[in-house]
Every structure is written in structure tokens, then in C-alpha cells.
Design a binder for this molecule. Sequence first.
Ligand code: GDP
Length: 447
Amino acid sequence: MFESLSDRLNSALSGLRGKGKLTEADINATAREIRLALLEADVSLTVVRAFINRIKERAVGAEVSQALNPAQQVIKIVNEELVQILGGETRRLSLAKNPPTVIMLAGLQGAGKTTLAGKLSKHLVKQGHTPMLVACDLQRPGAVQQLQIVGERAGVTTFAPDPGTSIDSLEHEMGTSHGDPVEVARAGIEEAKRTQHDIVIVDTAGRLGIDETLMTQARNIREAINPDEVLFVIDSMIGQDAVDTAEAFRDGVDFTGVVLTKLDGDARGGAALSIREVTGKPIMFASTGEKLDDFDVFHPERMASRILGMGDVLSLIEQAEAVMDQEKAEVAAQKLGSGELTLEDFLDQMLMIRRMGPIGNILKMLPGGKQMSQMADMVDEKQLDRIQAIIRGMTPAERDNPKILNASRRKRIANGSGVTVSEVNKLVERFFEARKMMGQMAGQFGM
Ligand code: GDP
């Protein structure tokens, strides 16, 4: 899912990489690309407009960050705004204080409600709940049996009017209504109370299109059972129609959350990106296949990084922000320029970078493909450990002024840090060379 959107967004943002400073023209060009990418992914026009405006506004007025370069800042803003249109925080099921919690499923026929009932049950069972299914889709031929089968697979009880046999075959074939779904829903909840199930999932009938009968029936059930959650189930493959259908259901029945199904088949992702913003209701679950396990809680943050296809870069940015001690970094840069860098500064810098995780992993997170990956494999963490140990083995005076490191001090440090004297020598030599080179470079570039 989202492949083409990911690709487009990535190429829009990759133009920014490596730029030290962004002009308004850069931001406009990027915004234009992002806009096209979203429209192509079938995201609703109003959502696209609002999104682009927010990105531009924030990117142009972005505060100078201490840890990020301008391009990284734009990526961060795009990511944050994506998280926002996907709903911000993960919205969990709200459970009733007095069980059973009642969850009603609503949506068009074929949206995936019955399948979802099974998936949700299995998910809840894993969390220690004891859900019961109630079959109120008395319209679609075979719907009751389908729910029973799904329930069996998920290992939960299904409450049905009169399991399997009661539906008259003629009515069944004609797809006409049999029994009163409102009564079944009520009876189901009573049964759940009696048998101490803590959650009831009520499956309702859908139609092929939105019509008043469907809405009225769903509304009647809703009013009769007063559910804690009404989940609107929508097939995300129907693209722009998903948004219209969602609005019709919100106005006709109202719901508390959305479940997107068939995300496995949706390469574009427009529904996922529009529904929250248009309906104001959170996406709570996502279905990604026909099997019971192809299902998950919907996490806006994870989905956004998946869409951006830069999850790793984003976490790198976050880590950098978390560990960056700007003051120390500036002092070190100054000292570097004036050739005054001490081993203490060097150790500080090294520790700061290493706090972000193994250096090899950090390199692998950077976009740079094979080359970066090869470089990452060459990094020897053990060697870094040894350098750290050597510097730690020095006294503050020695770190401050490595020139005082005579033979006996070097021997003491080697013994104390478990390395050979020649390793200590090598480190000190390299440090002097590097400091000299940095000083010369800084002089040349007027740092
Ligand atoms: P209902 O009419 O709303 O109860 O819909 P069903 O649960 O009967 O689902 C309709 C069809 O969609 C069935 O063939 C399901 O196997 C299929 N389906 C449901 N959810 C998903 C999904 O997430 N991905 C895919 N690929 N198929 C799904």
C-alpha cells in the first residue's frame, strides 16, 4: 500500500537533501510536488489544500533548529502534518465502566464488517477480553452463518436469532429481511450480560449503496442499544467514494471511529489520508488482508513514516534532537577552529554521537544506499570502545593537554585500559594530526 505515494513524496523531498539553506522558491517547488503526489493518491482536494498550506506556512516560518538542517526540518514538518491528518494520537477503544462494552459495526455491504468482527474478536481475546458476536445482519443471505464461522475461527461465541436453520430459504434467496435486527441486538446484549462477556460486537446489515432504509435500520439499532463505540467500516479501495460514504454515514447514523479495510489492495491511500480530516472521526483499526491476523490498531505515527518511507531517517532526526547538546557542540567547533580541541572534547563528541546508537546503524539509516551500507559494515564498534577506554584512562590534565603524555604515562594508560602502548601512541598521534589539520582548514576557510 501507498507505494506510489511514498515514491512521489520521497522524490519531492529528496530535492531538498544536501541543501544548507532553503529559499522560499525551494519550499514552493517542494510543496507543488507534494501536492501532485497527494492528488495522484486520490486524497480529497480540501485535505490536500489544507495540508499544503500548513506545510508552507510552517516551513517558511520555521524556527532555526539547533540540531537539524533546513531540509531535515521540512521532512520533519511534512511528517508531523501527515501524522496530524491521520489523526494525531492513536485512538484506542473506549471501554464501558460497567461491562459489557458494546461495539456496533456499520458500513456498506462488502466493506468487510463480518470479516472485521472476527479480526477484532481475535485481537480482543489476545488482550484478555471475552468478546461475544451478535448477528444483526439479517438481510444478506448467509451473513449470519458467515459470522458464526468467523466467530468459531476467532474462538468466540456468536449470538444469532436461531442459529443457521431459522432463516426461511425463500426469504434467504430473495435477500429480504427476516426478524427484527433491533430485537436481536437487544437480546444479544442481555445474553452477553448473563453469560458475562465483557465486550459485545454487533454486526449490522449493509447495502450496496447508501439508502434511507439502511440508515434508518442502523440508526434504530444504535438508539436501542446505545453502543460505547460505533465503528464505521469502509473499503479503502473505493477511493474518493469512501469519503462521501463516510460523510453520509456520519450524518445518517453517526459513528465514533473508522476502520479502513482492504488497505492491502490500495496502492494509493487517498481514503486513509482524507477520512479523518473530512469526517473529524479517528481511524481506529486497519485491515490488510482476508486472514484473521491481517489486522492492526491504526497508529497515525507509524502510518505516516510508512508513507514517507523514511521511518529510519525520522527516528535518526529524533535521536539527534534528543542527544544534541548544542552548547557543547558549539564550544567544540570553536576550539576545533582555533586548534585548541582537547581529548576531553573529543570524548564528549564521540559519546554524543554514540548515544544515538551503534555508529554502523546510524550510517545505515542515512539515505545513501549500498555505499552507506558498506561503510557502516566497516565501522568497528570495538575499536571505538578501545578509543573511549584509552581516553577514559587518562587524567583530566592529560586529556586537556595531551602533550604531557610521556612514556610512563602512556604505559600506565595502556595498562589501565587494557590495550597495548602502541595503541595509545597511535591514538595520540592521530589526535595531534587531526587537530593540526582541522586548525589549518579552519584558518583557510576563515572559521
Ligand atoms: P461485509 O458485507 O461488510 O460483512 O463484508 P465481508 O466481511 O463479507 O467482506 C467482503 C469481502 O472482502 C470478503 O471476501 C472478505 O474476505 C474481503 N475482505 C474483508 N476485509 C479484507 C481486507 O482487509 N483485505 C482484503 N484483501 N479482503 C478483505
